[in-house]
Design a protein around this ligand. Structure first.
Ligand code: C5P
Length: 251
């Protein structure tokens, strides 16, 4: 099953717990009846804790949310010299998160050492994902600001191959790149895709966007959804819709 990761892009614990309470209304039986037969009774959504929430609430909230039964993607996008990232990963492994990430731009040695740090810290089961090119970056910015004179696709595929070589479990990429990445790096190599909007929604600051169903067709293993769920009138309904659409179930 392809999964939806809900981005808890909030400044504090109260707002995050408020959203999680709403997500508790996700009905497993309803999702099963609509075709997601493999969902277990204990199923809880995957959530993403990013910089804003982590910097304000710290490791304690990560542990609390984990104890509530949610799976966690800790999205801190590490990028530093290999030794520093390795030591940081060793510490993050102790939080027991399910997925964490770093920037592929840090290079192959940094990524390899990061994986080593994660394993040293007891995080052998924690997925390590590399950020390729942020989905808010356009090709114009790539060429004119970052001075990478390649197409967006070439840049993203190169980052992905480096990540694969370094032993990462997958990459963060736009849904538009997922198919090529799978062809190049194999179907076991995970694609985690933000930049998701329901049909007819505004793209806000994201440049390369897709709907959950398009992301599913493109083979994205996970989609990361923030505002389309967190700012919906009924977030749990938006979550259910995204999960069904992503798995090719027509509403
Ligand atoms: O609100 P929206 O759905 O655009 O949120 C997307 C989430 O995915 C945010 O938490 C953002 O930090 C994250 N993200 C992203 N692009 C990346 C990596 C992560 O948008 N390349």
């Amino acid at each position: 099953m392809r999964e939806v990761i809900v981005a808890l892009d909030f400044p504090n614990k109260e707002e995050s717990i408020g959203l999680l309470k709403n997500l508790d209304r996700v009905k497993i039986s309803r999702l099963r009846n609509r075709g997601l037969a493999e969902l277990g009774e204990e199923f809880k959504p995957y959530v993403k804790i990013g910089m804003e929430l982590f910097y304000s609430e710290g490791a304690r909230l990560v542990r609390e949310i984990k104890d509530m039964g949610y799976r966690i993607f800790l999205d801190l996008k590490l990028h530093d010299i290999p030794n520093t990232v390795q030591s940081a990963m060793k510490v993050l492994a102790g939080l027991g998160v399910d997925m964490c990430n770093l920037h592929c731009a840090g290079g192959i040695k940094m990524m390899r050492d990061a994986k080593e740090g994660l394993i040293d810290g007891g995080g052998e089961d924690t997925l390590l994902i590399g950020v390729t090119q942020l989905t808010s970056t356009s090709e114009k910015v790539l060429h004119e600001e970052i001075l990478i004179n390649r197409t967006m696709e070439e840049a993203v595929l190169n980052y992905s191959l480096n990540g694969k070589l370094a032993g990462l479990d997958g990459v963060v990429c736009s849904p538009w790149e997922a198919e090529r990445i799978h062809e190049l790096c194999g179907y076991q190599f995970l694609t985690v895709c933000p930049g998701i909007r329901f049909a007819s929604q505004s793209s806000n600051d994201q440049v390369r966007v897709a709907t959950p169903s398009k992301a599913g067709e493109a083979g994205c293993d996970y989609i990361v959804v923030g505002r389309s769920i967190t700012q919906a009138e009924m977030p749990y309904e938006a979550y259910e819709r995204a999960l069904l659409e992503l798995n090719g179930i027509k509403l």
